[in-house]
Design a protein around this ligand. Structure first.
Ligand code: ADP
Ligand code: GN1
Ligand code: MG
Length: 366
């Protein structure tokens, strides 16, 4: 048995899963956690799937606090979903406690694991295949914010300090360029220059007085599951970064990923643009999903959220490239650089389409 399989056996046996384990395979395309799909055969019930995740404690330094956030937020959502006659088993994550009644297992190598009910017959898409899916994801992320509007934000742990503090990330970026520990800066001078010229983009949100809300902070399309039959955005997942934050950043992160005409790691930059039709589709859905919770000032600042989140993400990918790829999972050596380039291309394109973006938002600001 390989070391990994041996460890997985230890982890699995710490939970009270019922039935016979018939498969255990890596799953999904997240950049952060190690996700596995377990399948159990249970007599009279057929196959029951479970999500098992090794949490990334290199990134999330306080996994116990993080799980406390997730238990509290999902319990709160569960009540709201029931009040709205929804199905809490499909519309929010359900954490499976281990044999000791804990929401995580700390293995013999001090790594933290957790398990969730697998939400069946639903898909997290890596790209926008049709407008309707993107619209549904916008409704779901907007609704997520609406349902959590009364949650006492100050009681949440900050699972990654300064996660969307773009000003602080700019400082870290400049330090990475100055230290240049892998000697990579000389090959990416154009990208470095593009970022350094835009310090104002890094600072703009810190200088504004937007309301602090409970936000998701990682609103990529594949972090919402879309029901395979009804095609509705049913469940917002990946709750590791739920923290107090800005609504416009949740909007913006979805735009940078989903309104792009190409993949986040597309090498051919001529294929990358911010699609104004998709921008409008998402804007409409997000405003509807928030259902009156956003202030006029927030709605007017939505295009800014898109630009700042895209800029920040490009800067984060380049910082990681310069620091030797220690944060995001990569599949090949230049992967973070390719990702950075698409984001900077999108920022450039948004700057050209700035007036259109503002017109679209004001059209839906009713
Ligand atoms: P990461 O932080 O690495 O992105 P995620 O929590 O988003 O990790 O999980 C990775 C992928 O696993 C998701 O994109 C989704 O496809 C799948 N997934 C996670 N949780 C569930 C769940 N409860 N039910 C079904 N699929 C899930
Ligand atoms: C990560 O976990 P995942 O793959 O959904 C990252 C986001 C980035 C995104 C870029 C905790 O998201 O902030 O925007 O990659 N999550 C964390 O694809 O850093
Ligand atoms: Mg994810």
């Amino acid at each position: 048995m390989t070391k990994e399989k041996y460890l997985l056996k230890e982890v699995i046996s710490s939970f009270d899963f019922v039935g016979t384990l018939i498969s255990c395979e890596p799953y999904g395309s997240g950049h952060i956690n190690d996700t596995f799909l377990l399948e159990y055969k249970i007599r009279h019930m057929g196959v029951v799937p479970i999500i098992l995740q090794k949490m990334n404690t290199n990134i999330f330094k306080q996994p116990i606090e993080l799980m406390e956030n997730i238990l509290n937020v999902t319990a709160f959502l569960r009540e709201k979903i029931i009040e709205n006659n929804g199905d809490p088993e499909r519309e929010t994550l359900t954490v499976i406690l281990n044999k000791q009644g804990l929401p995580f297992y700390k293995d013999s190598h001090n790594q933290y694991w957790r398990a969730y009910h697998f939400i069946t017959c639903a898909t997290g898409y890596d790209e926008v295949k049709c407008d309707e899916d993107f619209y549904q994801s916008a409704l779901a992320f907007g609704k997520f914010q609406r349902l959590l509007a009364d949650y006492p934000a100050q009681t949440l742990h900050e699972t990654i300090p300064d996660f969307h503090n773009t000003k602080a990330r700019f400082k870290v970026f400049k330090e990475a360029v100055e230290k240049d520990i892998y000697g990579r800066a000389k090959d990416v001078l154009t990208e470095i220059q593009f970022i350094l010229e835009r310090e104002d983009v890094a600072n703009v949100l810190t200088d504004m007085q937007l309301p602090l809300r409970v936000t998701h902070n990682d609103t990529k399309l594949n972090n919402v599951l879309i029901d395979d039959k009804t095609h509705q955005g049913i469940c917002v997942i990946d709750l590791d970064t739920v923290m107090p934050g800005l609504a416009i950043n949740d909007f913006g992160d979805s735009i940078r990923f989903g309104a792009s005409t190409g993949a986040e790691d597309e090498k051919d930059l001529s294929l990358i643009q911010c699609d104004m039709h998709l921008f409008e589709v998402y804007t409409k859905g997000f405003i509807e999903g928030c259902d009156g919770k956003l202030t006029d000032e927030e709605i007017k600042a939505l295009p800014l959220g898109a630009k700042v989140m895209t800029f920040e993400c490009g800067m984060r990918f380049l910082t990681d490239y310069l620091q030797g790829d220690t944060y995001f999972k990569i599949r090949y050596p230049e992967h973070n650089l390719d990702r950075c380039r698409t984001q900077l291309k999108l920022v450039d394109d948004m700057e050209k389409k700035w007036d259109t973006m503002n017109e679209i938002v004001s059209k839906h600001n009713k």
